[in-house]
Design a protein. Structure first.
Length: 77
């Protein structure tokens, strides 16, 4: 299974990269995708996630070929 993992805004800066390609043999949740791609980093709280450009929660399942995006909450005025 191949999953594209993308990071935006301050996450991109903190991690020093904008994306990863995660290869896995098993079905993963969004939370597990973060843990596999960033084993030394705690999942930020709060965090927003999207799977294939649709908002998702951390327990959503990710399928082969999906794109998972992580980004901090956005505020504006």
């Amino acid at each position: 299974m191949s999953i594209k993992v993308r990071y935006f805004a301050s996450l991109k800066e903190d991690l020093g990269r904008s994306e990863d390609i995660l290869e896995t043999a098993s079905l993963l949740t969004v939370r597990q995708v973060w843990q596999c791609a960033n084993p030394q980093q705690t999942l930020p709280n709060p965090i927003l996630v999207a799977v294939n450009k649709d908002y998702a929660d951390l327990e959503s399942l990710v399928n082969d070929g999906d794109e998972v995006a992580f980004f901090p909450p956005v505020t504006g005025g």
